[in-house]
Design a protein around this ligand. Structure first.
Ligand SMILES: [Zn+2]
Length: 138
């Protein structure tokens, strides 16, 4: 796993507890606070799974995880496209920025926790505002 970029998230094959055993995909990312790569305990199809030390290219057998994989890969690729600094600064100065940020902060999961945690709300609002401004200039 030494070749992985710590700034990125990946999909890692993980096995399901119990039988029949299937290989699912979980989101896998670097955790600074643990100084370690950590895989989610739930697969992208929603099953409870555990990391069995499978390789990134081990064959995934769950059809739901296979169907969802492309959508996740698209999101992960987009997450790493950062607008140029000047565009991010301009986005945050845009008079519409506070409304975009407030809208993002207003959404929570059914359990009540914010859908986009605080620091990430700023990042997402900046990216959304930069994209809107780029579309207007096109
Ligand atoms: Zn699955």
């Amino acid at each position: 796993m030494d070749t992985l970029d710590r700034a990125r998230r990946y999909l890692l094959p993980t096995a399901r507890d119990g039988a029949p055993k299937q290989i699912h995909l979980s989101v896998y990312g670097w955790e600074d606070r643990l100084s370690s790569w950590v895989a989610g305990s739930t697969s992208i199809c929603g099953r409870s799974v555990h990391d069995e030390g499978l390789d990134l290219d081990d064959a995934v057998t769950c059809p739901k995880c296979r169907a969802l994989r492309d959508g996740y890969e698209t999101v992960f690729a987009k997450e790493n496209e950062t607008p140029p600094v000047a565009d991010r600064v301009a986005a945050r100065k845009d008079p519409r920025y506070p409304s975009v940020l407030a809208e993002i902060r207003a959404f929570g999961w059914p359990a009540g926790n914010p859908m986009v945690p605080d620091g990430w709300a700023d990042t997402l609002a900046t990216h959304v505002m930069a994209a809107v401004r780029a579309a207007e200039e096109a």
